[in-house]
Design a protein around this ligand. Structure first.
Ligand SMILES: [Ca+2]
Ligand SMILES: [Ca+2]
Length: 933
């Protein structure tokens, strides 16, 4: 089935933020950034260098002489003592780094991992190493320098782990003989199944018993590999095993293993996915036994943030109140967003450019108040973007000898055919250009400036009630990783309010923020403020007279809460006392309450910057506290097109549809409601309520090797330091956040009506359970268009061959689904049937897969494949305590543990072949729902 096969590899063109280049097999411009909170320790730098150099040779051989690490930049915190060998940071930053070195938030959690939440073949966000991992020999020896190649494969090529801590075993049948196997690749890796029990320092090891319920190995059982063996694969399983020097390829791949690689990449090997990457097709093998270059390193040190606002004041800025909105938004940036200690200058431009404020350091509130006097208030003239940018460079050079690491915030609403003349100059400048496109006519080339320099991209419409400009300016925080100084947006909402009507709402200030809190009310018509009442959680009231309205800006009222704002719900009531209706908005920003506790933060973005219809897009919002995922939040995305009304979508962290992993704090949703070509912007609102928790670990941590068997002797490593239950889950309670996800561009949307081009999304969470003599399947319903709407019907197939279901789904045996009517997208589906014409005996494995079809006869990809297996553990290996009557249960799914364990089935004798299903010891392997097969 070419169609299903072809859809396996979804190649994403952009690695968000990363500037890595691949030249003749050598990766260059890899950025490894040290978190600014870390104390000075040069062993970190030394160990990074050693690790990457060693890993380069390993990578080279593992990729059959194709790739190596050529040049790496290490970003050093500003507070480390300066050295002459340090260069200055240019467009690199902590926020865009490929690898970050930072403390975990909790005491434990030194396992290296890659934050990866795209599909198969899509690039990850970053690799996280802790300083402990780099400095502690014991930890380092367990993972080895090779772990960098393991993580790099996640980050760069979008492959997944081949172990599974949540589903460590599965049932396999070879030549009619069933056995329990460790989830691994390749299946040729030999070892023993061992349990270690310790009393004090006295530890005993023994072979694992079978679990009476799961019929797999008991809890605590570990697969301990032989240290000396011949299996060369795989790096995504256990790179630290000395024999492992390859990725699993088509011939060594273990498609039966219950791991994420199989689930995400449709049972293809990691090497097949790598071969499908653009990196692979853009290179050829190098005829050499070792990498042609040793990895080179440059050390870059961060310096004070220097930003110049470069603001368009051309004639068109007079229309739609743009110049007033610009003032309101830039004022928020200067008074509330830009971090203390930063340097700021202001330039305006039309046909020519003028410096309105020289570069000044934000050392006090007075400087901020002073700077806003230089914001433009009137507009006229043509548009010369290059003149503006060059003048911005001039301002930066008032302090620095070069432009390295400086930032320009470039706002324009106009076309400028002359933009291309300074493209090269901008690219080579060393400055980061953030662009804000305002209105429908802003130059289409504008985003090139951001793309070339790694800047942010924003788009604001003239629609007043979307707060587009304010949100854009609020999104331009420092990329230094110094989160404790950054401004965090708690609320940004606006609505049209009729005469004498009210705009009411609640903003929750949570305990992780509260310093430097501002409540800002804006309105767009009257020159006097509406009637404002704001009540803090303790009942203290603030009224219009407590807010400041500046003479320079008669449409904004601002309240700065002294000290740390009270934690809890802040209620507001705002009445429009003007003679006509007007748009009123409420914007709330704050900063972290303390250095010790990281704030809850949100990062939102689309899966790509530019999209060609009819490709669907995916919206992501990452909600975290420190590095830990935040679960149970309500995440609403608003996508605003250039023309037409905004689309609201709820993002989910439920592991279905666009969401790869359940409960990882990454909330996702497909976006398909394209309203035409041009720019769109993304904004998300996040609300935490009582059920919101923070989870103590990330998925996809590198495998902690339990130990080795060396010359027949079992050598167990010290157990992985585990985080206690209390620390794993912490109640966060209520909070509010708003984040802008920047802008993106859509092309090739046909004019006129759009016919249905989107099939239902692939079902990725199919599960199976035996219920008496029936098979019970469950999954999350896809929609008519991916994960939106309602499908028309389902096709379910069964086969004794997993790969037959993947490759030739149509030819497999059908399950009668005539009684099955799809529910709306996101609803849990459940279907029970009795398999016919199947003889079930020990060692029988049946696989199931499903597809959905919409009313335009568009068919989803084949789902994940689930296994139902019948396995009788060998009698001699059953524990002595096992009663003669064996209790049979199907394996419950992880989340549904307490309530879905089916009725126990008792069997008295070893069943005869061909007898009824019930008479057997049944086991259904691997339906752990997060990682089902
Ligand atoms: Ca998720
Ligand atoms: Ca459809």
């Amino acid at each position: 089935n070419a169609k299903a096969e072809g859809a396996v590899f979804i190649l994403a063109p952009t690695l968000l933020g990363s500037m890595v280049q691949l030249k003749n097999g050598g990766y260059e411009d890899i950025v490894i950034a040290i978190n600014p909170e870390l104390p000075e320790d040069h062993n970190i730098i030394r160990n990074i260098k050693d690790m990457v150099k060693e890993a380069s040779t390993y990578l080279f051989n593992a990729t059959k002489q194709r790739f190596f690490f050529k040049a790496v930049k290490i970003i050093i915190p500003q507070h480390w003592l300066p050295k002459s060998e340090y260069l200055s940071v240019k467009t690199e930053s902590y926020d865009k780094a490929d690898v970050i070195v930072a403390n975990p938030y909790l005491k434990y959690g030194d396992d290296p991992y890659t934050l990866q939440y795209g599909g198969c073949g899509e690039k990850g966000r970053y690799i996280h190493f802790t300083p402990d991992f780099l400095l502690n020999d014991t930890l380092y020896n367990i993972y080895g320098s090779r772990v960098f190649v393991h993580e790099w494969a996640h980050l760069r090529w979008g492959v997944f782990d081949e172990y599974n801590n949540d589903a460590p075993f599965y049932v396999s049948v070879n030549s009619g003989k069933a056995s329990v196997e460790a989830t691994r690749c390749s299946a040729d890796i030999t070892g023993k199944y061992i349990v270690q029990s310790c009393t004090g320092n006295n530890c005993m090891t023994r072979e694992c018993d079978y679990d009476q319920q799961t019929k797999l190995y008991e809890a605590g059982c570990k697969f301990v590999p032989e240290k000396t063996q011949n299996a060369p694969a795989s790096i995504m399983y256990m790179q630290s095993l000395p024999s492992v020097v390859e990725f699993c390829d088509q011939s060594t791949h273990n498609e039966k293993a219950t791991n994420l690689q199989n689930k995400m990449c449709n049972y293809h090997s990691t090497w097949e996915v790598i071969m499908n990457s653009t990196d692979f097709s853009n290179t050829s093998p190098i005829n050499s036994a070792s990498p042609p270059f040793e990895t080179s390193f440059s050390l870059l040190q961060t310096k004070d943030r220097a930003v110049c606002l470069v603001l368009d004041v051309s004639g068109s800025m007079a229309g739609y109140n743009r110049i007033k909105h610009l003032y309101q938004a830039a004022e928020i940036f200067l008074l509330q967003i830009i971090e203390m200690g930063s340097w700021v200058g202001i330039v305006t431009f039309e046909s020519t450019a003028q410096i309105t404020s020289n570069l000044r350091q934000i050392v006090s509130e007075n400087v901020r108040q002073d700077l806003i006097k230089y914001l433009p208030k009137s507009a006229g003239g043509g548009t010369n973007i290059c003149a503006g940018v060059r003048k911005g460079f001039e301002v930066i050079k008032q302090k620095y000898s070069n432009l390295d690491g400086s930032e320009i915030v470039l706002l324009t609403d106009g076309e400028d055919s002359g933009m291309s003349i300074c493209l090269k100059e901008v690219e080579d400048s060393g400055s980061i250009i953030h662009t804000i496109a305002l209105g429908p006519s802003a130059a289409p080339e504008l985003e090139q400036f951001s793309d070339m320099t790694g800047g942010l991209k924003f788009y604001a419409t003239d629609t007043v009630d979307s707060n587009g400009l304010q949100d854009a300016f609020s999104g331009i925080s420092s990329g230094s990783g110094n989160i404790s100084e950054q401004s965090i947006q708690l609320e940004s909402t606006a609505q049209s309010v009729a005469v004498k009507q009210w705009m009411n709402g609640t903003v929750t200030v949570d305990s992780t923020v509260g310093k430097d809190t501002f409540f800002v009310v804006t309105w767009d018509r009257s020159t006097s403020p509406p009637d404002i009442l704001l009540r803090d959680p303790k009942g203290k009231e603030y009224r219009t007279s407590n807010f400041t309205v500046s003479d320079l800006n008669l449409r904004t009222a601002r309240l700065n809460i002294a000290g740390t704002a009270e934690v809890g719900d802040w209620l507001y009531w705002i009445q429009n006392n003007h003679t006509v209706s007007q748009v009123i908005s409420m914007i709330v920003t704050s900063r972290p309450a303390s250095l010790a506790v990281p704030p809850v933060t949100v990062k939102a973005h689309m899966n790509k910057d530019t999209n060609n219809f009819p490709n669907p897009m995916v919206i992501y919002a990452e909600v975290s506290q420190g590095f830990l995922p935040v679960l149970g939040a309500t995440v609403m995305a608003t996508v605003e097109p250039q023309t037409g009304s905004a689309v609201e979508l709820r993002l989910l962290d439920d592991g279905s549809g666009a969401d790869i992993t359940k409960n990882d704090g990454i909330y996702s949703k497909y976006f398909t409601t394209f309203k035409g070509n041009g720019r769109y912007n993304l904004k998300v609102h996040i609300q935490g309520r009582n059920q919101t928790v923070r989870l103590g670990r990330r998925q996809s941590r590198a495998l902690y090797v339990p130990g080795y068997i060396e010359n027949g002797e079992i050598k167990i490593n010290a157990p992985r330091p585990e985080v206690s239950d209390d620390e794993i889950q912490a109640k966060l309670g209520s909070f509010n956040r708003v984040a802008t996800g920047g802008s993106f561009v859509v092309k090739n949307v046909p004019s006129g009506g759009i016919i249905d081009v989107f099939p239902p999304c692939k079902i990725t969470d199919l599960e199976a359970q035996f219920e008496e003599d029936k098979i019970h399947l469950s999954w999350t319903a896809p929609g008519n268009d991916l994960d939106e709407g309602q499908a028309d019907r389902y096709i379910i197939k069964m086969s004794e061959s997993l790969l037959d279901l993947r490759n030739t789904f149509e030819d497999a045996t059908s399950v009668n689904t005539s009684s099955l009517i799809p529910k709306p997208a996101g609803t849990k589906e459940s279907f029970q049937f009795k398999p016919e014409n199947v003889t079930i005996e020990n060692g029988t494995i049946i696989y199931f897969a499903i597809r959905a079809i919409d009313n335009a006869s568009l068919t989803s990809e084949v789902s994940n494949v689930v296994q139902a297996a019948l396995f009788v553990p060998p009698k001699e290996s059953l524990p002595d305590t096992l009663p003669t009557e064996v209790i049979t249960k199907s394996v419950p799914t992880q989340e549904s543990l307490p309530d879905t364990i089916p009725t126990e089935v008792i069997t008295n004798s070893v069943p005869k072949q061909g007898s009824f299903l019930l008479r057997f010891l049944l086991m259904l392997s691997m339906t752990v729902s997060m990682f089902q097969y």
